[in-house]
Write a protein that binds this ligand. Structure first.
Ligand SMILES: NC(=O)c1ccc[n+]([C@@H]2O[C@H](COP(=O)([O-])OP(=O)(O)OC[C@H]3O[C@@H](n4cnc5c(N)ncnc54)[C@H](O)[C@@H]3O)[C@@H](O)[C@H]2O)c1
Length: 351
């Protein structure tokens, strides 16, 4: 693949402005944004100006961009229900696909995406950015060094208190089922892969309640999962859009793992880190240098690792299969809710 990778953006909305664009601008030797597609004229123009993409390479229709622009790869950052079709079209055009999560809104659609990727022959990856934050990267290094011993319990909490405006399905796609919204798909999605990574073992059984408890919309605003991992560890995820979480103290959002000798707690999706020594019965903060900013989301390091791999012709760090597995857990949680029973997932060896 060409170096720097010639990248087209499908979707130029909020996350692209906040986290993707700064991520690309930090690695000009690896990636250059050469074309944009978004039907929202204002977003297209603003991103074109920010990334110095000339007007003739800004498209209202991503299909036209795929036909006309010279691209090695695209990033998809659109409402969830569009991801699968856009990925299938991009794969058919022979370009690599970097898709925002979730890869699709159902397991069946996700399997169609992977089939199209196999036919097209170009790489495919999904943005699991919070694995790449300073806190998560350091946590994994501590765990590899034996900081927890053998893990037996994990826990993740991501509580957010949306306003009525943020939960209005007439104006916000995340608040609508037709667009693939809801708390488990949009928010708990991240906590699920974070927990698997901390526990170091794939989820095998899912018990859950995914519910609409507060807002007047047709998606879920509360997701509670009880997971059993292949290695025997148990973990829980508590995610809400209608409960204040917060960034400080006991109420802060976190993902943690406990084992035979200690524990590791990643705060605020990787912007802080603590470790626990069972022998000393003490928590200790682990300093992260440089100190992560409020906007730290792991996107920058995820893109650096991904575009470096794409430019070298190596597999990207997050595979389509691991994103499909994450989506299977989301789907299993919905099924566990409907059937009020634990749902079994395929064992890693059988996937
Ligand atoms: N990984 C993370 O931490 C993270 C954080 C926020 C958002 N996201 C993901 O990014 C994606 C976008 O979220 P957002 O917050 O930026 O939403 P947004 O609503 O701010 O932006 C979506 C953009 O897609 C555009 N769009 C709609 N239809 C399109 C089409 N057919 N072709 C091209 N563009 C089209 C819209 O005009 C808009 O500009 C979602 O998948 C979301 O889950 C991920």
């Amino acid at each position: 693949m060409q170096r720097p990778v010639r990248l087209g953006l499908i979707g130029c909305g909020g996350i692209v402005r906040l986290n993707h664009a700064p991520g690309y601008r930090a690695i000009p030797e690896l990636v250059r944004v050469t074309a944009l597609a978004d039907p929202a004229g204002d977003n297209l123009r603003r991103m074109g100006e920010l990334l110095a993409v000339p007007p003739d390479l800004r498209y209202a229709d991503y299909r036209e961009m795929l036909e006309r622009a010279e691209l090695d790869a695209v990033t998809i950052a659109t409402p969830h229900h569009m991801h699968a079709e856009q990925a299938i079209d991009a794969a058919a055009a022979g370009v690599a696909v970097v898709s925002e999560k979730p890869m699709a809104t159902s397991v069946e659609q996700a399997q169609e995406v992977l089939a199209a990727v196999r036919r097209g022959g170009a790489p495919y990856t999904v943005v699991h950015n919070f694995l790449f934050t300073p806190g998560m990267e350091r946590a994994r290094a501590l765990l590899a060094d034996g900081a927890a011993g053998t893990p037996f319990f994990g826990r993740a909490k991501s509580l957010f208190n949306k306003t009525d405006d943020q939960a209005d399905p007439n104006t916000v796609w995340r608040a609508s089922r037709a667009a693939g919204g809801g708390a488990i798909n949009d928010t708990a999605y991240h906590e699920i892969y974070l927990l698997e990574s901390l526990v170091g073992s794939p989820v095998r059984y899912v018990e859950a309640r995914v519910a609409t408890q507060h807002f007047a919309f047709d998606v879920d605003d509360l997701a509670l999962l009880l997971l059993e991992h292949e290695g025997g560890a148990l973990s829980t995820v508590a995610t809400s859009w209608c409960v204040p979480g917060g960034d400080a103290g006991e109420s802060a959002n976190l993902a943690e793992v406990h084992g035979s000798t200690g524990g590791v707690r990643v705060m605020r999706r990787g912007r802080g880190l603590w470790r626990y020594a069972r022998s000393a019965r003490q928590w200790q903060e682990v300093a992260l240098e440089p100190r992560p900013t409020q906007a730290e989301s792991g996107h920058g390091r995820y893109f650096a690792a991904t575009f470096d791999a794409l430019a070298r012709g190596a597999p990207p760090p997050i595979s389509g299969e691991s994103a499909l597995h994450n989506l299977r857990i989301v789907a299993a949680a919905r099924r566990a809710t409907a059937e009020r029973r634990a749902v079994e997932l395929p064992a890693a060896a059988d996937r």
